[in-house]
Design a protein around this ligand. Structure first.
Ligand code: PMP
Length: 394
């Protein structure tokens, strides 16, 4: 018997990410990547982060290099209360838990919520890494479709007629990979269903601040709070896309009934989030540079998104169709005819351009003619060249 049989059953069942295998070559010189969901490091606020770093070392050295509270530093949590308020979320620092990015938030939350076999509902398509977390926790993942207005909540309502569910995971604003935003009426409908059927909504909001317009949908947590049912929604967000992902600082707004237990899981996992980067984010926030920084990112991504859309429209209109994103980092496209975007990747790679085939974002019923482009990291010139190469690969 091989030693790997010692691995827990749920771990034995894990498969290496096929995307990683496929995209291994994307770092080859000359290849333009529209694949990774990576913020543009050219836009990082080098000056501001530099000033904040010096400030931490000069003014907060001991705390920044010492163990800290599991829930996160008091200062950052107080600052986050304000930041949440700007997003329409009324919370207190006692409800907040600082995490190592929102990825850890999702891990902690699913560990707290999912018993093996519990039904958790996701959108089709959805964020790949959450599918992995759900699988690690042996959830029974069910999916409902989505369109240009986000998750089709009517489908969820249908499912609820026959199935008892534990929760819904959703990226309601500028979703990854779909780029779409859940409409106001569907937000109301979803929150209402959570009340009636007593399930938890895990609201993942890394991209909400990166809006290309001035219209904002309310967060699901705000909608629920206004209805008096905020206990049904757990909200998580992150500094990864608005400041820098290497900081690994995210947060969760926890309902009262989850607060203590999630803190215990956090404690067992890593005691607390990185003291230094929490202090750094706090120092950065006191510089009043975050809002202008978000402005910069919004403008830059909007421009890139419009360029990519224009080139795709000009060059590939007879082949692919897509929704125009109103924010975030992703453009989700679909071939107009039956097509296998996973197989096509080999050809586009030969021409020097990569994307993520859509099938990896589905828990079931994968739509093989879909694909995700990220416009955040490529330059304008690269976006143009990438589309020429895609055309040449057809
Ligand atoms: N949720 C979604 C939908 C994401 O796209 C990402 C980043 N790719 C994350 C969570 C995790 O982000 P982080 O851990 O860097 O905060």
């Amino acid at each position: 018997m091989s030693n790997s049989s010692h691995l827990a059953h749920r771990i034995q069942a894990l498969q290496p990410s096929a995307i990683r295998e496929l995209l291994k070559h994307s770092k080859m010189p000359g290849v333009i990547s529209l694949a990774g969901g990576i913020p543009s490091s050219e836009l990082f606020d080098k000056e501001g982060l530099g000033i904040a770093t010096q400030k931490v070392v000069a003014e907060n050295f001991n705390d920044a290099f010492q163990y800290g509270l599991t829930e996160g530093t008091v200062e950052l949590r107080q600052q986050l209360v304000e930041l949440c308020q700007q997003r329409g979320i009324a919370t207190t620092s006692e409800q907040l838990l600082i995490t190592s990015g929102s990825q850890q938030a999702l891990d902690l939350l699913m560990r707290a919520l999912v018993n093996p076999g519990d039904v958790f509902v996701v959108e089709r398509p959805t964020y790949l890494a959450t599918l992995q977390i759900l699988s690690l926790n042996e959830a029974d993942v069910k999916s409902v479709g989505s369109d240009e207005h986000g998750m089709i909540v009517d489908e969820l309502e249908e499912l609820l007629k026959t199935t008892r569910i534990k929760g819904v995971y959703i990226v309601p604003t500028f979703g990854n990979p779909s780029g779409t935003t859940l409409s106001a009426s569907r937000r109301e409908q979803l929150v209402k269903l959570a009340e009636e059927h007593h399930f938890v909504i895990v609201e993942d909001d890394p991209y909400g601040a990166i809006s290309f317009t001035d219209t904002r949908e309310k967060t699901l947590l705000q909608v629920a709070t206004e209805r008096g049912s905020q206990e049904n929604v757990v909200y998580t967000s992150t500094f990864s896309k608005i400041l820098a992902p290497g900081l690994r600082v995210g947060w969760i707004v926890l309902p009262e009934w989850m607060k203590q237990k999630v803190a215990i899981i956090k404690q067992a996992t890593d005691l607390h989030a990185n003291s230094f980067t929490q202090s750094l984010v706090s120092a950065y926030l006191t510089l009043d540079r975050l809002d202008p920084q978000i402005e910069l990112i919004r403008e830059a991504y909007k421009k890139k998104c419009l360029s990519l859309s224009k080139y795709l429209h000009q060059e590939l209109n007879e082949h692919i169709t897509f929704n125009q994103p109103q924010g975030g980092m992703f453009l989700w496209a679909s071939f107009r005819y039956e097509f296998d975007t996973t197989r096509w990747l080999q050809q586009t790679l030969e021409k020097g351009v990569v994307y993520v085939p859509g099938e990896f974002f589905f828990s079931d019923n994968a739509d093989k003619k879909t694909l995700r482009f990220s416009y955040a990291t490529a330059t304008e010139e690269q976006l143009y060249e990438a589309v020429q190469r895609l055309k040449a690969a057809l």
